[in-house]
Design a protein around this ligand. Structure first.
Ligand code: PCA
Length: 214
C-alpha cells in the first residue's frame, strides 16, 4: 500500500509552511503503508501539474494534500473542492486569478473520497483537535484539492482515494501575530499519521456527525 502525501512551500510572507514541515516529519513507513512525500509549489497551475506527475510516477492507493490554514484552530479535513479560483493575494509566481474556473470541463465541485468522519474521530480519540471543514477556500489549496479529484475522476482512477487536510500555524509563526491560534509541529505530524492509518482502516466512512452551522 502506498500513500502519496504532499505539502506546500511557504507563501504569503511566511518563512516556513507547517504543512510541508509536518509531512517531512512523517516516517517512511506507517505499519505496512509506504509514505511518499512531495513538496508542491504554492502556484496555481504548477501545483496541480506537479501533483499529476507525482500520481503518474508513484501509482498511489491514497493521495493526501496538506496545506497551511493560518487562523484555524484545529486540523481540518476538507469535504469538498470547488471549481473556482479567487486569490486574496498573488501566488508565489505573482498570479492572482479572480473568479476563474479551474477546469472548464470539470464539475462545479468534487467531494473527497477520504473517510473524513473516521479521520476526525480517530484524531480526536488520541487527543488531537480536528474537525471536518466544508470549505478549502478559493486559493491554491482549493485549486489543488479540486484538481486532484478532477484528475482521479477524468483518468478513471476510481480505486485511488484522495483529499485535503488543512493545518494551523506552528508556534514560531505566531510570535509576531496577536491572538492567533497555533498547534505544535509534533501534534500536527502525529495527527497526519493517525489520519493516514484511519484511511487504510476505513474503506467506508463512519456515519457520525461532523456538521457545523457555519
Ligand atoms: N495554504 C494555502 C496555499 C498553500 C498553503 O499551504 C491555501 O490554503 O490555499
Amino acid at each position: 500500500m502506498k500513500v502519496l502525501i504532499t505539502g506546500f512551500d511557504p507563501f504569503g510572507g511566511e518563512k516556513i509552511n507547517p504543512a510541508w514541515e509536518a509531512v517531512k516529519k512523517l516516517p517512511e513507513k506507517i505499519d505496512d503503508i509506504e509514505v511518499i512525500k512531495v513538496q508542491i509549489p504554492t502556484v496555481f497551475k504548477k501545483s496541480a501539474n506537479e501533483l499529476f506527475a507525482a500520481i503518474d510516477r508513484v501509482n498511489p492507493d491514497v493521495v493526501i494534500c496538506v496545506g497551511q490554514a493560518g487562523g484555524r484552530f484545529d486540523i481540518s479535513i476538507e469535504r469538498v473542492g470547488i471549481n473556482i479560483e479567487d486569490g486574496r493575494i498573488p501566488d508565489n509566481e505573482g498570479y492572482q486569478p479572480i473568479d476563474t474556473k479551474i477546469f472548464e470541463d470539470g464539475e462545479n465541485a468534487y467531494f473527497t473520497s477520504l473517510p473524513i468522519k473516521a479521520m476526525v474521530h480517530d484524531m480526536q480519540n488520541e487527543g488531537i483537535p480536528a474537525s471536518v471543514s466544508n470549505t478549502a477556500g478559493t486559493y491554491v489549496c482549493n485549486h489543488l484539492m479540486y484538481s486532484l479529484l478532477y484528475y482521479l475522476d477524468k483518468k478513471g482512477l476510481t480505486n485511488v482515494r484522495g483529499g485535503f487536510i488543512h493545518v494551523p500555524f506552528i508556534p514560531e509563526q505566531v510570535i509576531d501575530k496577536k491572538n492567533t491560534p497555533y498547534m505544535s509541529l509534533d501534534v500536527i505530524a502525529k495527527g497526519l499519521e493517525i489520519g493516514i492509518k484511519s484511511i487504510f482502516n476505513h474503506k467506508v466512512d463512519k456515519t457520525i456527525t461532523g456538521g457545523k452551522e457555519f
